[in-house]
Write a protein that binds this ligand. Structure first.
Ligand code: PRX
Length: 656
């Protein structure tokens, strides 16, 4: 990434403003350090204390951490609770029934508010609707929904009855949806007729029909359709049911299904360096604890806050910081259906102004594209309600950090660069607004109880200042429990033998500042790309390309991009002749569309270059290092001696 160099040379330090320190949950560096010391002195005692203070248990736990089957850790295993109870009922019982839980702003600007009491009633109705279809504890339910109150209700209702949801981002194709339904063995899909974004409506339900028709989805018993637009929507008799018909006349109560702490709350499919996306499995109690504790430590959430996380519920950020964390804290949050650039690039700023947002959490890609679209736009809005700004999903370059800090936050609001992953459940390395001095481009220090480190290829901890592999030395409550249906892959991917089987391998490179120990994340060190904060495996895209009957071979690499972080570059060998000029452009367009259908529009390669072959070693291995250099437009003159076919480089240099 171009920004890494500037990050490593960053010397600006922003101490937390006195008024933030004075009111913060974790106030001052000494308080942060005290929490870290507490965790170090008695690791289990620390997490047990938090789990007792922050979660409501039906049956209290005695066991804290069970390490009898490493790395299949268990937390609080003999306790029972219900996640939806913790997010809804307990707030109503605590007198927050009339507090606004969700402010929904539709694409067209229409605003709908629901209180905690209403959200609970809606969740109960839908939970009973699910039950009426025979859906029960442990069943998997795929949710393929636009950003909506109903999307969150669907997730909460699953949690209420102990069904395991798997949300699939609405931008994924029918094929991706089918693969996830099949892998999860889902019994139902919850979807909408259409979705609205940027002034347009797009059908959603047809992708479900198409996906199920591809086969392998025999486990599906019903498809529940939320009517978003009322546009044309084909319903299959005996399988498809309207949401509004199903919730009518449901009983007004629904006893939560009290589940064991380790009961899976959800699966979320994410990309790895090999094979198909994997179903990351999260627990109920440990996950929720991580969500709640980070809402408090990192976002410093307070009763009067208006919290807005701009992520989609199809990603983990939308799970932890929309569907669960804010609700479990009794907060008021925004759900936004639209896009940041419609009707113009001031949409985010207008939303912050209109709803008096105090905590704003978004991705560097969004920040960078809004800088490009109108660096002065934030000044046209009243953003004085803002208190805390957050960033997630990819490294934030210091230039974007500074703009966010000065132009959006008026140099008053701490900018929190939060590092975490689908697998980690919630924030891992992040500043605390009332404690940690900020350095642009650094996610600063691990949260209390999170033992992050940088190690070499043998798993030995490196001195500060030396770059290596990011690991976590101890299990933590919010971590993934396994890969759905593939425990071996879980062990191989995250607890490799090379690292002694006891270090959690994040898959990212990192370096700690030689003086402060602050972490800077240097990007993935495996074959995973991060495009606009969306995670994608190069192998997935390669498989999609070679599935095209015209393609003989394909290799995919990333190259740095100022706007999207990374851009996808594909090197393709066709079965027929190598296309050139206009024919190459046409073929590239065709292949992009193909990948869009195989995976989803987010996986479409930016560059596609055609060759008669790919650069390979004599043993036939594709030399990706050279492809990466070619993609970046770098000179590949050095060390091509091991290359079987050096002439190919010249050909591949000329891109489309
Ligand atoms: O490479 C890191 C990057 O995003 C990856 C995780 O992607 P995903 O599971 O989709 O979750 C994204 C939202 C939590 C990481 O392995 N990443 C995430 N946050 C940061 C980051 N890279 C640098 N800085 C961050 N703050």
């Amino acid at each position: 990434m171009t920004s890494i160099q500037s990050v490593l040379q960053e010397t600006r330090i922003f101490p937390p403003p006195a008024e933030v320190v004075a009111r913060a949950t974790v106030s001052g560096m000494a308080a942060y350090e005290a929490l870290c010391r507490e965790a170090e002195a008695d690791y289990e005692g620390f997490w047990a204390r938090l789990a007792r203070e922050h979660l409501s248990w039906k049956r209290p736990f005695d066991e804290v951490l069970d390490e009898s089957r490493v790395p299949f850790y268990k937390w609080f295993a003999d306790g029972d609770l219900n996640v939806s109870y913790n997010c809804l009922d307990r707030n109503v019982e605590a007198g927050l029934g009339e507090k606004t839980a969700i402010i929904f702003e539709a694409d067209d600007g229409k605003v709908t508010k629901v209180t905690y009491r209403e959200l609970l009633a809606r969740t109960i109705a839908f939970a009973n609707a699910l039950k009426s279809q025979g859906i029960a504890k442990g069943d998997r339910v795929v949710i393929y929904m636009p950003m909506s109150i109903e999307g969150v209700v669907a997730m909460q209702a699953c949690a209420r009855i102990g069904a395991i949801h798997s949300v699939v981002f609405g931008g994924f194709s029918a094929k991706s949806l089918q693969e996830r339904i099949q892998d999860a063995g889902a019994v139902a899909v919850i979807t909408a007729d259409e979705q609205c974004r940027g002034g347009k409506t797009m059908p959603l339900k047809p992708a479900v029909d198409e996906g199920i028709a591809m086969g392998g989805c025999e486990s599906i018993r019903c498809v529940i359709v939320y009517r978003r637009t009322g546009g044309p929507c084909r319903m299959l008799a005996g399988r498809d049911l309207w949401w509004h018909e199903l919730i009518a006349n449901q009983p007004e109560t629904c006893e939560p299904e009290w589940v064991e702490a380790e009961h899976p709350l959800f699966l979320l499919y994410t990309s790895g360096s090999t094979g198909k996306p994997k179903g990351v499995q999260h627990s109920s109690a440990g996950y929720l604890l991580h969500a709640v504790i980070t809402m408090k430590w990192v976002f410093d959430i307070r009763p009067e806050d208006v919290f807005w996380c701009t992520a989609d519920i199809g990603w983990v950020t939308g799970h932890t910081y929309i569907a669960y964390g804010p609700l479990a804290c009794g907060a008021t949050e925004i759900i936004f259906e639209g896009i940041p650039t419609w009707p113009d690039a001031g949409r985010f700023w207008k939303l912050i102004q209109d709803h008096k947002v105090s905590i704003f959490y978004t991705a560097p890609t969004a920040i960078r594209s809004l800088i490009k679209a109108g660096p002065e736009l934030p000044r046209q809005y009243d953003l004085s309600s803002l208190r805390i700004l957050g960033s997630v999903g990819e490294p934030i370059n210091p230039e974007a950090w500074m703009w966010y800090y000065t132009e959006v936050g008026g140099s008053r609001c701490p900018v929190l660069d939060t590092f975490w992953q689908t697998e980690t459940g919630g924030h891992m390395i992040a500043p605390l607004p009332g404690a940690t001095p900020l350095v642009p481009g650094s996610c600063t220090l691990p949260l209390p109880g999170i033992q992050a480190a940088v190690v070499d290829e043998n798993g030995n901890e490196l001195p500060w200042g030396e770059g290596g592999s990011l690991v976590v030395k101890k299990p933590w409550p919010g971590m993934l429990r396994t890969i759905w249906g593939d425990p071996e892959r879980f062990v191989k991917s995250y607890y490799p033998i090379e690292f002694g089987g006891r270090l959690y391998l994040a898959g990212d490179g990192a370096v700690r500042d030689a003086k402060t120990g602050y972490f800077t994340i240097m990007g993935r060190i495996d074959d995973v790309l991060n495009v606009s904060g969306h995670r994608m495996g190069t192998m997935e895209i390669e498989s999609a390309l070679v599935a095209n009957p015209l393609v003989a071979e394909a290799a995919v690499v990333g190259r740095p991009d100022d706007l999207t972080g990374e851009a996808i570059c594909a090197f393709v060998v066709l079965k027929g002749e190598r296309p050139q000029g206009a024919a190459a452009e046409q073929m590239a367009t065709q292949l992009r569309e193909w990948v869009g259908k195989e995976i989803g529009p987010i996986a479409k390669p930016r560059d596609i270059r055609f060759g008669d072959n790919l650069p390979k070693t004599r043993s036939g291995k594709i030399m990706r290092r050279l492809l990466r250099q070619l993609a970046r437009g770098e000179d590949v003159a050095q060390d091509v001696s091991t290359l079987e076919n050096p002439a190919i480089l010249e050909q591949l240099k000329a891109g489309v």
